[in-house]
Structures are given as structure tokens and as C-alpha cells.
Design a protein around this ligand. Sequence first.
Ligand SMILES: [Zn+2]
Length: 390
Amino acid sequence: MSTLYEKSDSKPPSGSGSCLYDLLCSETPRWDRPSDAETTTSWFLRKEQKSSGARTRLERMLEESGNSVCADCGSPDPKWVSLSLGVFVCIKCSGVHRSLGTHISKVLSVKLDEWTDDQVDSLVNLGGNNVVNNKYEAFLPDSLSKPRSDSSIEERSDFIRRKYEMQQFLEGNEQTNCLHQTSSSTLRNASNNHFSDKKHSDKQSRHRIGQRFRNSWGRKDCDQLKSRHGEFVGLIKVNVVKGTDLAVRDMLTSDPYVILALGQQSVRTRVIRNSLNPIWNESLMLSIPESIPPLKVLVYDKDTFKADDFMGDAEIDIQPLVAAAKAYEKSEINESMQPGKSVASKENHLVKDGTITLTDGRVKQEISLRLQNVERGTLEIELDCVPLTQ
Ligand SMILES: [Zn+2]
């Protein structure tokens, strides 16, 4: 059943007992990825071809009048899209959209994500900012003014939640109070299964992150959906490249996947079956909160009938990267340079120095991590910091 689910790329049945993985599946975006039969090279080629035509159409769509400003706050030149809702939004509003969960708003970057024709088609079908706003703001009370580009995160968050999540201004008065109720109870079931497994109680501390996800998501009842995030200062695109010599958790091998957590957000990679040297090459995006917490990296072995097994974790201090990105945000320098590095030490879990590079105005860092709290395994990760002006 598990194999079928991996290949069909569909959502897992609720309460299937595969705990943390299921928990994350229901909240995080699924990315285009190579099928078993396809080589990585041909997958990239196919993606490139698809992406170029789709991107042209996407950029043409951005030029339409209503799409030249953020659908929620009116900031000019929005570079983010809610694929599920069909609106172009600014980076600040995109942070709020992302915190609604992907079951309500699936956010992609116009520039940084690879777009498929199907994705552009679905966006075109939704009609763009004007059409979507006519629907979701049909009954906007006169007393309520929309947020502006300089509005606080609280104002922005309040409006966006009322508009899309509670749908208070929707045409036809089709008010739905709690779109995510099903998803939320599914999460509770999944995580209850997970934590009822006594055998794993000694690993409780290892699962503390999962516990925290459950708590934060379990709380997602409508009246408690106050802003859980501060202001976002940017985005980080994390490419989980590969794992090397990972721990064995099944008979001879493991089915590893990686969870990335930053503050209260989390995303995860796909599962690679039967591999101790998995290659993911999978890019995942997270908003960077103002407080800049460490990026937590956790590796798990996917199990179908019991709780997923822990395969190590590590933390990455992303402050040097964000500081470099801020410093060079307005830089005109075009040639490559090295604005800094994270020197490898026992404390920071780095296998070698994580050099920060500036290439074409983008600040990046390659990280090689030694996994902690486990007998063996390293992980290669590339970080790409996207400043607020993107
Ligand atoms: Zn906005």
C-alpha cells in the first residue's frame, strides 16, 4: 500500500499510522519530481523545456493590469503567487498566505520556482487578481479598509485570514467558517497514532519537534488563528542535495526523508526507498521570521506500520547567511565573491566550512552536516537566501 501511495503521488489515507510523515504530507506542498523510471538528467531536461514556455506565459500574465499590484495590500510589482487561490501577492502577504497552510494557499515564487504548463493553466483559469478579488471581496464592508503596503503584519494577517480562510466577504455569502477542519482532525488522528506508540517513548525528546508541530497545528481552530508569526525578513530556499552513509533502520537499509523546520514552519522532502546514500535534489522554501531561529534538519526512516524511525538531526545557524544577504541586497556587484563563511566546528555540526558566496546578486551557502544523536550519516544542503525585494 505504501509503494502505491508513493508512486501515485496522492495524499495518504487518514490515520494510516505513519505519523510524522503523514502529518507533514497533509500540510506541505508536493513538488514535481523524477519518477522511478526516469533519470535525473532527463527529468531536469523535461523540467527546463516545460518551464521556459510556462514562464513566458506567467510573465505575460503578470503584465495584466490587476496583477501588477498585490491582491491583498496593493504593493506594486508582486513576485509571489498563491497557486490555489489564483492571486499575485507581495512577499509580505506571501508570508501570511504561507502560514495559512497549503490546504488553503499554496505559495510559489514567480522567479524562483519552476513552473509547469499545468500550473500556469490553473492560474489562468482562476482569472487573475481582479477576478479573484471580485469573488473574495464581493461583500467587503465599507467600514473595513484593505491593508496597504506599509500595514503591520497584524493588519495584513487579520485581513488575509478573513478574506480567504473564513471567507467573510465572499460573493453569494457562501461563508465557510472552517475550511481546514477535516485536515486538522486528520492531523490529530495521525499524531495520536504516532504518540501512542509506547515503544518509542524513550525517543520522546527526539520527537519534540513533531510534538510541537502537532500542538501548533492542533490549535488551528478558527478563533485561535491569530498571527503566530512576527514579521518575515525574507525567504530561504533550501536544496536538500543528498545524504551519505546514513544509519540503517530497517533490515539492511532505510527509507529516508528529511524534515526542515524554521520557527513554526516545516516542510519535508519525498521518501527515497532503500537507500543509505539518497539523492533528493529537492528545493523547499521557508519564510525567515524576524528573530531568525536556527534551521532544524531532521532525518527519518519512513515506516508503514509503525512510527517512523529517527535517523539523526542537526541545526544550521542561518544568521550569517541572512546578514550577508541583507548587506548585499542592494549591491550592484556582479562578479562572484565570498562575503563570509561558517567555520566548521564540533558545535555547529559542519563537516567542512560552509562558505557563503555571492553570485549574480544572490547569496548562497553550501553546507555539509554531520548528523547528531545518531551513529552515522552526513547531509549536503544548499541554502539560497531571498531578500524581501525579490
Ligand atoms: Zn501584499
